[in-house]
Design a protein around this ligand. Structure first.
Ligand SMILES: [Zn+2]
Length: 245
């Protein structure tokens, strides 16, 4: 396998492992359409998939897939014999089998399966759900499909939420650094002890003070007149000169 192709599939696997908890050994859920395509292109599924992923993989199918393939009869005889070789996972439809596509959809709801199928309708349906991972055959080559728009959108949305969270943390950190207490939020300031404005009763007192002030002025005036008297006190030699006249 070419290195660039390995890089591409590895990148996709990392995306699903990081964002949707896919874990090694990766579980590959195979249906009869995938087996049919493998048969047509004469490839060994087990060998090719393991070579493609180059890491731990587990190949499995369900009873519903096998039953549907068997029911389709002759055209799928080869595919049926191939799909039967894989480990059969319990799907919850035991005794009441459903269509293979419906079974696979329900299986992917709670578990991390890489769905190996050539069923276009099933692929389209799974692409609409974030976190669904698809594998298909392009002629004889397995291809792990790049994450769908729905998956990318989901991851972006979550990233935005995390980013906003971090932004809030940054603001808190800056506030703390600048000495602003985080407990004192501007929307709920602490109540100050005592009245904000002077007591109106204390304001009335000022009237009394106003009444007092003229008295004070009188006192001041008297002291001023005393001072003036002192100042206009005629010196002795002037008095003597005046007395001469
Ligand atoms: Zn089933």
């Amino acid at each position: 396998m070419k290195i660039s192709r390995f890089k591409k599939s590895h990148k996709t696997l990392v995306f699903f492992a990081t964002n949707f908890d896919y874990r090694e050994p990766y579980q590959v859920l195979i249906d009869a359409t995938f087996c049919q395509a493998a048969l047509q292109h004469k490839i060994g599924i087990d060998e090719q998939i393991k070579k493609y992923f180059q890491c731990g993989v587990k190949l499995l199918t369900t009873q519903c897939v096998i039953l549907e393939s068997e029911a389709l009869g002759a055209p799928l005889t080869g595919a049926t014999s191939i799909v039967k070789r894989f480990h059969v996972h319990k799907c919850g439809h035991e005794g009441k089998p459903v269509a293979a596509a419906d079974c696979i959809k329900s299986m992917t709801k709670d578990n991390r399966y890489i769905v190996a199928s050539q069923d276009r309708l099933l692929q389209e349906s799974l692409r609409k759900v974030p976190g669904r991972c698809l594998l298909y055959l392009h002629k004889a080559t397995p291809v792990l499909e790049a994450p769908s728009k729905a998956s990318k959108k989901w991851v972006q949305k979550r990233a935005n939420i995390l980013m906003l969270g971090k932004q809030a943390d940054k603001i808190d950190y800056m506030k703390e650094k600048q000495g602003l207490k985080l407990t004192e939020s501007p929307t709920n300031p602490k109540k100050r002890k005592g009245p904000k404005n002077p007591n109106p009763l204390s304001c009335k007192k000022s009237k009394k003070e106003k009444a007092k002030t003229p008295l004070k002025g009188v006192q001041e005036q008297s002291t001023l007149t005393k001072a003036k008297r002192k100042r206009i006190k005629i010196p002795a030699h002037v008095k003597a000169a005046l007395n001469k006249d």
